[in-house]
Design a protein around this ligand. Structure first.
Ligand code: PTJ
Length: 255
């Protein structure tokens, strides 16, 4: 075991950002926000982020721009927040909800009323005024048991849903229900990424501020938002991500 003194690091560490994120998740886990499975899910995400050079790829920037446009133009946008997202970027999620007029719903894969309450309180501490969390009164069509629980005033009746770090079954149920689904998922091969209407293949703490920035730009220019949304081609952007990763491997293969 590494003694605590030696395990410390500072901002000069090349992977400082990643280490800070791990700290946030472990703190979130200890506080009861994050489930143990959330730590494993983060590790899977980190692995994919390595393939992207831990940076936002250009196709992801275009998806983030399209996501902002879709949220601004939506009749009833909802931002879904789970344990990992709350631990990593609760503040940005609240600012994004304010900028787009979206409702926030705490929606958990590993449902517990207690954790929903805790996450709601974290969001409220960042300034959220209305968060749907405890006592969900509806279910996603085709998703049974606790995994399908949601609010009739939130995700169930939304036309556009932002789902950071979502499970594939639930993402596909939302698509089947006719919603515009915007995912944030570092895994370009996940079913969530493949099913979504706008698939943001980027790290959630990089994606959220980008979507927020674009949303603020579009708030005063809906015509431009419409143009961006209509010209966005999700499949083409995903193909470009696969091409860029392949190109990177190709370069590394010549070292
Ligand atoms: O808080 P809960 O109960 O809702 O549970 C949250 C987790 C994340 C445990 C749950 O939704 C889950 O099991 O998700 P999955 O099916 O493991 O999918 C999570 C996806 O998010 C994976 O494809 C990861 O690659 C990706 N991912 C993990 N961390 C990040 C990420 N994508 C972007 N940014 C991250 N930081």
């Amino acid at each position: 075991m590494i003694p605590e003194k030696e395990a410390r690091y500072d901002s000069s560490h090349p992977r400082y950002r990643s280490l800070k994120e791990r700290e946030l998740l472990v703190a979130g886990f200890r506080a009861g926000l994050v489930v143990p499975e959330g730590l494993i899910a983060h590790g899977r995400g980190e692995m994919f982020d390595y393939l992207f050079g831990e940076d936002t790829l250009i196709p992801a920037v275009r998806a983030e721009q399209a996501a902002a446009a879709a949220l601004i133009l939506a009749e009833k946008p909802v931002i879904s927040i789970n344990g990992n997202t709350a631990a990593l970027c609760a503040e940005d999620a609240v600012r994004l909800a304010e900028a787009t007029g979206a409702c926030i719903e705490v929606n958990l894969f590993h449902w517990s009323e207690e954790r929903a309450k805790l996450i709601r309180e974290v969001l409220e501490s960042k300034g959220a005024t209305e968060v749907l969390a405890e006592d969900p009164d509806s279910v996603l069509e085709g998703v049974h048991h606790d995994r399908g629980r949601c609010h009739s005033e939130g995700i169930f009746s939304a036309d556009t849903v932002l789902i950071p770090l979502e499970d594939g079954d639930r993402a596909s149920a939302l698509v089947e229900m006719g919603k515009k689904v915007i995912s944030i998922d570092l895994n370009p091969l996940s079913r969530t990424t493949l099913f979504s209407s706008i698939s943001i293949v980027d790290e959630v703490t990089r994606a959220m501020p980008n979507i927020l920035r674009f949303s603020k730009e579009f708030a005063s220019d809906e015509a431009r938002a419409m143009n961006v949304m209509n010209s966005f081609n999700n499949s083409a952007e995903l193909r470009e991500i696969f091409r860029l990763v392949g190109q990177r491997f190709g370069r590394l293969g010549t070292i």
